[in-house]
Design a binder for this molecule. Structure first.
Ligand code: COA
Length: 124
């Protein structure tokens, strides 16, 4: 699992114990495996009633563009159908917007809302 974070340059890989804790406390996880290799991973946090937050979605760089990302994200969305919950939400990396709009997600501004975030990590 750490490898798919590392290969995408995500800092989660720098602290495998912290990543293990994050995965352990996630609500629902989807893992894409080819042979004995993890090639994709996605996880959520949810109150199981109103809201689900899609936390991480990653595909190994050499397996991107094969539909794996769509498949694992769709599996999360299907597990938390919008007719049962109030909303599905996520924070997208710059450049990944088109991936999410293809899956039916919309920027919060579409609904007259604004999203706020507080983070200690500097963003370029
Ligand atoms: C974003 C990511 C998860 C997409 O996974 P993937 O397996 O490469 O995507 P898929 O092959 O399933 O693509 C599904 C569709 O989204 C499109 N798509 C994929 N990445 C896209 C992007 N960055 N921008 C716009 N469209 C994108 C594909 O062209 C495809 O379109 P189609 O339905 O017209 O064929 C993957 O590129 C990745 O892991 N990136 C690095 C980590 C990251 O940025 N994660 C998202 C954090 S918010």
């Amino acid at each position: 699992m750490v490898a798919v974070y590392r290969s995408n340059g995500w800092t989660h890989a720098n602290d495998p114990e912290r990543l293990r804790r994050a995965i352990q406390h996630s609500s629902y996880n989807v893992v894409a495996v080819v042979g004995d290799r993890v090639v994709g991973y996605a996880r959520t946090l949810s109150d199981e009633a109103f809201a689900v937050y899609i936390a991480d979605i990653l595909v190994a760089p050499d397996r991107q563009g094969e539909g794996i990302g769509r498949e694992i994200t769709q599996a999360l969305l299907d597990h938390y159908p919008i007719d049962r919950l109030h909303h599905q939400v996520l924070v997208a990396e710059r450049g990944a917007e088109g991936f999410y709009t293809r899956l039916g997600m919309r920027p919060v501004g579409t609904f007259g809302l604004t999203a706020f975030i507080r983070t200690r990590e500097p963003r370029p």
